[in-house]
Design a protein around this ligand. Structure first.
Ligand code: DGL
Length: 280
């Protein structure tokens, strides 16, 4: 007798960033084998986001997300694995205009929530944030922490122009060590000892060791696990390292040169080193 198994299709999630940064979240999702079909879009044609203005980036992202909806259907969750895009779409825009109609999962809220949980045990904290110019100028981190009654003793917001581009290996910007030697000075010379530093741009996760070497003893707050957890919970999926699920399909897309982005995959997506990149 022949039995026919009817398989329920796996749900689809879109992950996006300006480049390789969001792959830090995808690496975590892959290691947890979440049963999701994932489309990862690297908007490299418009990278870097951090030096753009809010209106320019908001118009660009609104058009891009409409293209996602046209391709994958309205209401498919878009996980913003990018702080800068999260500031523009999920926070500032809520204050300035109506809430965007897309189904967005931002990366800043789970990061801030993880700090408010951890903060319960402390009085007032001294905190640093390394992020793009746009994210730092928005003051989204101190604002959201204040909303959650996290007492801040001293806050150091450090904009890191060119760092994301340097992490992607772009030739026209200084090397990562050269940039970090200057960028981290305000944190190295901080008057109050730092309780933690948030890596507030997903690209920085890939140079966490270089940052840690320059800030020994300071706990670095990474976003890949909290964001992966947020995505799992949005789909009602258990978040556990014990899982025996089969992963869904992962498709990589770029708005820029597929060859250029392909060359970055073995280094930045070690669990799927030969995944093919397509042109979006
Ligand atoms: N990875 C992005 C973030 O988390 C932005 C990098 C860029 O400037 O394009 O903010």
């Amino acid at each position: 007798m022949m039995t026919i198994a009817f398989m329920t299709p796996l749900p689809t999630c879109i992950l996006m960033d300006s480049g390789v940064g969001g792959l830090s979240v995808l690496n975590t999702l892959l290691s947890l084998k979440l049963p999701l079909n994932i489309h990862y879009i690297a908007d490299t044609a418009f990278m870097p986001y951090g030096s753009k203005s809010v209106p320019v980036l908001r118009d660009h992202l609104t058009t891009l997300f409409s293209q996602f909806e046209a391709r994958w259907g309205k209401g498919v969750p878009i996980a913003l694995c990018c702080n800068t895009a999260s500031v523009v779409m999920a926070h500032l825009s809520w204050e300035l205009t109506a809430k965007p109609s897309f189904s967005l999962l931002d990366i800043i809220t789970p990061t801030v929530d993880s700090i408010s949980g951890w903060h319960q045990t402390k009085k007032a904290i001294t905190l640093g944030v390394l992020a793009t110019e746009l994210t730092i100028q928005s003051t989204v981190y101190p604002q959201l922490l204040a909303q959650r009654q996290v007492a801040i003793n001293q806050f150091y917001g450090v904009p890191c122009p060119q760092l994301a581009a340097s992490i992607e290996g772009q030739a026209e910007v200084p090397s990562v060590p050269l940039l970090l030697d200057t960028l981290l000075l305000p944190l190295q010379q901080a008057q109050h000892p730092l309780d933690a530093v948030i890596l507030g741009c997903t690209h920085y996760q890939f140079v966490a060791d270089d940052i840690q070497r320059r800030l020994p003893q300071v706990p670095l707050i990474s976003q890949s696990v909290v964001m992966a957890e947020k995505i799992a919970s949005a789909f009602g999926l258990p978040f556990s390292e014990e899982t025996t699920n089969d992963c869904g399909l992962v498709t990589l897309w770029t708005t820029g040169s597929p060859e250029a982005f392909q060359s970055l995959i073995p280094k930045f997506l070690p669990l799927l080193p030969s995944a093919k990149v397509q042109s979006f």
